[in-house]
Design a protein around this ligand. Structure first.
Ligand SMILES: O=c1ccn([C@@H]2O[C@H](COP(=O)(O)O)[C@@H](O)[C@H]2O)c(=O)[nH]1
Length: 285
């Protein structure tokens, strides 16, 4: 099962999920001068990141907005990056945050679990209801695909809706309870299901309770670095160092910019950022 592969990748390489949220402003001038087309510029930058981190990174997350923003060429870069990651047998998350009626969800599932944009995991927004999530389950049945559903997100506005009191309990717990129950049908060998949850590392007040309640749930934990979450925060969502991957996008892919000699030492500073994040989370090899 794909969740077992992720578990093993984390055991072997640590919890880092690199977010390939590639804005043109993040790309060094030498790459922009060398390649003419936007798709090639973005892809070459992503490849450079991947090539120097693949042995210390559990999974890569591509936030699709960064590719859609550059139109057709951006989506070509998305496709090329996914193809390259697949050729390396690296795991991928398409951060697409979809949520819609069943007939439309069927097409989103086909669009991101098959064909040009195929990934191993996608993110989903459950706030239209559980019938907007179940259409993806036919791909889970085979064990090769998984989902991460938004529970308690990392943004300050998470409190506006996700924290609303519903029958004496925060709304996100109602979602988590249902997902934990649905996940029992898709359990992998290490005790985690193909139905995971997104929990922001920036809010940790109920992190221990969330980890305790949702024993089957693998977590995608954004918010590390640029949004302020630290290793000790995200660690609360882990189980003996596994059970979750921690995303950092800007913190890793722009790490080279923090150094005067960053362009000439791009690989060195990118790797250093991953090593220091792994260590901060508490990964021990
Ligand atoms: O609750 C959430 C869910 C998703 N994200 C996504 O993660 C990355 C964070 O980027 P950083 O540069 O590391 O802040 C980005 O793709 C978001 O769309 C999130 O931040 N919070």
């Amino acid at each position: 099962m794909i969740i077992d592969k992720l578990y093993k990748e984390v055991q072997a390489k640590g919890n880092v999920c690199i977010g390939l949220d590639t804005h043109l402003d993040y790309i060094p001038e030498d790459i922009k001068l060398k390649y003419k087309d936007v798709d090639e510029i973005i892809f070459r930058f992503n490849k450079k990141i991947i090539d120097c981190t693949e042995d210390i990174t559990a999974i890569y997350k591509l936030q699709i907005a960064y590719y859609e923003a550059y139109g057709i060429k951006g989506l070509i870069a998305y496709k090329k990056t996914l193809e390259y990651l697949r050729s390396l047998k690296a795991l991928t998350i398409g951060d697409i945050k979809r949520g819609d009626i069943q007939s439309t969800a069927d097409m989103y599932a086909k669009g991101h679990f098959e064909g040009d944009f195929e990934v191993d995991f996608i993110t989903l927004n459950p706030y239209m209801g559980f019938d907007s999530i179940t259409p993806y389950f036919k791909y889970l049945d085979e064990g090769n695909k998984g989902i991460f559903v938004l529970l308690r997100t990392s943004n300050p506005g998470a409190k506006d809706i996700e924290y609303l009191d519903v029958n004496g309990e925060k709304l996100y717990y109602h979602i988590g309870n249902k997902l934990e129950e649905l996940g029992t049908k898709y359990m992998g060998q290490f005790g985690y299901s193909l139905i995971g949850g997104v929990v922001g590392g920036t809010h940790t007040d109920e992190a221990i309770e969330i980890r305790e309640r949702y024993k089957n749930m693998y977590f995608l934990i954004p918010g590390y670095g640029a949004q302020g979450a630290k290793g000790q925060d995200v660690n609360l969502y882990l189980n003996n160092g596994n059970g979750g991957v921690v995303n950092s996008s800007r913190g890793i892919i722009t790490a080279y910019k923090k150094h005067e000699d960053g362009i000439g030492n791009f690989e060195k500073y990118t790797r250093e950022a991953v090593f220091s994040m792994r260590e901060d989370i508490g990964y021990e090899k």
